[in-house]
Write a protein that binds this ligand. Structure first.
Ligand code: ATP
Ligand code: ATP
Ligand code: CA
Length: 222
């Protein structure tokens, strides 16, 4: 089989979640195969996917004939029909697809997906809820990524308190145990900033650390 240089994605289930993944990947220039059992859904995506196809995700023959085993990433975005989501995931893992990412509906669904080898399990409502709660609880928290139970990356808004100070002066690593990965200023992003970089009011600081330390930095440092 010929080796491809480019990444290929297949999205199964074009609801709100799968649909937005499909559109976003396509707009970033990736090759995306959009699959749904509903022909009307599929038709909505003809302009925002590389290929579209009406297929039943639990039909092994249909999946095989799509050549889905050649895809680097398959994202299963079937919500209501948990049984179909599980069966499709099982078939895809049996086909040895390296990266099968699946949307989970609940804890039970998650457990089964985990057992059958889903490579990443996503809970959009839960994860988005956490992010929204984080940004509601503080005006300073712009975005939030949970890395584990203990560690996160946060996008924090720099305040007057730190404006005009350099990273050396702030000394956040020693004081709070957190690391500033990048500084966003308008459209510009400065990745791995130098120690004498000066922070301005309203800069966005992308900070990694233990949740407790991040909280302390947010409360006391900013
Ligand atoms: P949303 O992302 O909008 O919240 P949802 O998680 O509630 O969606 P559904 O609306 O149940 O999920 O399904 C998402 C899409 O997946 C629908 O467009 C549906 O037609 C498609 N779908 C469901 N089951 C299958 C299947 N077995 N094979 C292919 N597509 C399917
Ligand atoms: P999820 O976030 O799990 O995807 P959903 O968006 O599908 O949820 P629902 O499950 O329909 O939304 O509703 C969410 C919650 O809001 C439920 O607990 C429901 O009881 C509550 N709810 C729905 N309508 C009302 C209402 N008119 N007044 C108060 N609570 C309501
Ligand atoms: Ca839903």
């Amino acid at each position: 089989m010929a080796k491809r240089e480019k990444k290929q994605f297949a999205v199964i289930g074009l609801g709100r979640f799968g649909g937005s993944i499909c559109r976003e990947l396509y707009s970033m220039g990736h090759e995306v195969l959009a699959i749904d059992k509903n022909a009307d859904k599929v038709n909505e995506f003809t302009a925002t996917a590389t290929h579209t196809v009406v297929a039943e995700a639990t039909d092994e023959k249909a999946l095989t004939s799509l050549g889905i085993r050649n895809f680097d990433y398959v994202i299963v975005c079937i919500g209501e029909d948990i049984q179909a989501s599980i069966l499709a995931t099982l078939l895809l893992k049996e086909m040895d697809i390296k990266n099968v990412w699946v949307k989970a509906q609940n804890h039970y669904h998650h457990k089964v997906l985990d057992k059958i080898g889903a490579d990443r399990i996503i809970h959009p409502e839960y994860e988005m809820g956490m992010r929204i709660a984080q940004s509601l609880s503080s005006e300073k928290v712009v975005d939030f990524i949970e890395l584990s139970d203990e560690y996160s990356i946060m996008e924090l808004l720099a305040t007057e308190k730190v404006a005009g100070k350099t990273l050396i002066e702030l000394d956040v690593r020693a004081k709070y145990g957190v690391t500033i990965l990048a500084i966003k200023r308008g459209e510009e992003i400065n990745v791995s900033p130098v120690p004498d970089e000066m922070i301005k009011n309203r800069d966005l600081l992308i900070v990694i650390g233990h949740k407790n330390d991040l909280k302390r930095f947010e409360d006391e440092g900013l």
